[in-house]
Ligand binder design. Structure first.
Ligand code: PLP
Length: 458
């Protein structure tokens, strides 16, 4: 009886869902025929649907629930801040204590690579807004330096930088550009450093990494070095399918941006806050960004918050030469979001989540995930901290891919859904980004599920 009642609820919710709720990135006609799966509660690394099914969430929601679900201290921090000061923005000569404390904390967490530090933070509510802020800030910077012709921002194909007009333009997703006349002017793209797809026969990863970075130099010369404002990139491309660059890529990118004096923006909306085993991912690859985008993991997704870490090179110009920067959001420095972020960062420090991913659970995941290379469907399987991706191939000997129309990634994702596992499909790449609290035993549990779903896809 109980089960039947739950099912009725599910049907009723699905009917209202399809009648009223326009979902992001969704084909509504297709969804209406199936009915959306209704997720009702969560704890630790699991979510439950309205039918009572328990699902291991190997995607941390959307790459954000780093501390896992059900963390009471984050709810308490929100409650207390709401009762003390639920809202006051840092506009118009005011400030609020959680925003100050969080900016101070983030400045202390941002590693100083090559002597560059990040003493300032600009807050927003999302990754997309933060990248819009980057575009405004970069243009303002060059205007203030008397080089207003430096407007062009170079990004990469298959990058994801958000869904606003500027975010989607910076991103390199053809499907997004096709809807709405994007990119906006002065944004251009180079090819991504995807060894599996873009390497020449016989080319080593190291050589490919240097060649892929060279596409940036070629683009700078094509556009004209005096017109280029910045290069933006994710340390590891996330939504594009967990594309991990060869080790030679970032050092060469750093050499090129230094040589031409252009700003470097590291979009760490996914990669920061322990995802790659560091507080900020630029430290892992050893490069020196001028601006760092963050969101998601800063609050473990419990409440929306994003922002830009502003390095000294840009901050000095904005502050000393700038006057008023006509840019900001109602929710910039929202006290409740900042209080939750502070509680989340404290929790992550107390439980050493970043160190665990770097030295313990990350290497363990890497070992276990590499075993998938023996599976008949898997052409390659790599991890970087707590992100991982594998590619499904038709022929292991030649790495020949399946016909795209077959949608083998979506078939595999369907088996995951049925078997109680959330794994994402990007074309024929299957990707994960598990909560950082995952234990060795839970990694084993996830790996057994992944193998079961791959077997079912065969
Ligand atoms: N930048 C990167 C690297 C992302 O992965 C995302 C979202 O996945 C964004 C920006 C956009 O963030 P949001 O969805 O919070 O606007």
């Amino acid at each position: 009886l109980v089960r039947r009642a739950e099912q009725q609820d599910t049907k009723a919710i699905q009917a209202l869902d399809s009648a009223h709720y326009l979902h992001p990135f969704t084909d509504h006609a297709g969804l209406a025929s199936r009915g959306a799966r209704v997720i009702t509660r969560a704890d630790n690394i699991y979510v439950w649907d309205s039918e009572g099914a328990k699902i291991l969430d190997a995607m941390s929601g959307l790459w954000c629930v780093n501390a896992g679900y059900g963390r009471k201290e984050l709810a308490d921090a929100a409650y207390q801040q709401m009762m003390t000061l639920p809202f006051y923005n840092s506009f118009f000569n005011t400030t609020n204590v959680p925003a100050v404390q969080l900016a101070t904390k983030l400045a202390s967490l941002a590693p100083k690579v090559g002597g560059r530090s990040f003493e300032h933070v600009f807050f927003s509510s999302s990754g997309s807004e933060s990248n819009d802020t980057n575009v405004r800030m970069v243009r303002r910077y060059w205007d203030l330096l008397g080089q207003p012709q430096r407007k062009v921002i170079i990004s990469r194909n298959n990058a994801y930088h958000g869904s606003t007009m500027a975010g989607a333009s910076l991103g390199g997703m053809g499907g997004m550009h096709a809807q709405g006349d994007l990119p906006i002017p002065n944004i251009t793209h180079i090819e991504q450093p995807y060894f599996f797809e873009n390497a020449r026969p016989g080319e080593s990863e190291a050589d490919f990494g240097r060649r892929a970075a060279g596409w940036l130099e070629a683009k700078i010369l094509e556009v004209g070095a005096d017109k280029v404002a910045a290069f933006i990139a994710e340390p590891v491309q996330g939504a594009g399918g967990v594309i991990i660059p060869p080790e030679t890529y970032w050092p060469e990118i750093q050499r090129i941006v230094d040589q031409y004096g252009i700003l470097l923006i590291s979009d760490e909306v996914i990669c920061a806050f322990g995802r790659l085993g560091h507080w900020f991912a630029y430290e892992k690859f050893g490069y020196r960004p001028d601006l760092v985008t963050f969101a998601k993991g800063v609050t473990s997704g419990y409440i929306p918050l994003g922002g830009v870490m502003v390095g000294d090179r840009v901050a000095r110009v904005l502050i000393e030469k700038g006057g008023e920067f006509n840019h900001g959001y109602t929710y910039s420095g929202h006290p409740v979001a900042c209080a939750v972020a502070l509680a989340n960062l404290e929790l992550m420090e107390r439980e050493n989540l970043v160190g665990r991913v770097k030295d313990d659970t990350g290497p363990y995941l890497a070992r276990r995930f590499a075993e998938l290379k023996d599976h008949p469907l898997v052409g390659g399987a790599e991890t970087c901290g707590f992100v991982a991706g594998l590619v499904l191939v038709k022929n292991k000997a030649t790495n020949a891919m399946f016909d795209a129309d077959l949608g083998v990634g979506m078939i595999c994702r369907g088996h995951c859904f049925k078997n109680g596992l959330i794994m994402r499909a990007v074309g024929d790449r299957m990707i994960i980004a598990p909560p950082l609290v995952m234990t060795h035993a839970q990694i084993d549990e996830m790996m057994a599920l992944i193998v079961r779903c791959l077997d079912a896809t065969l």
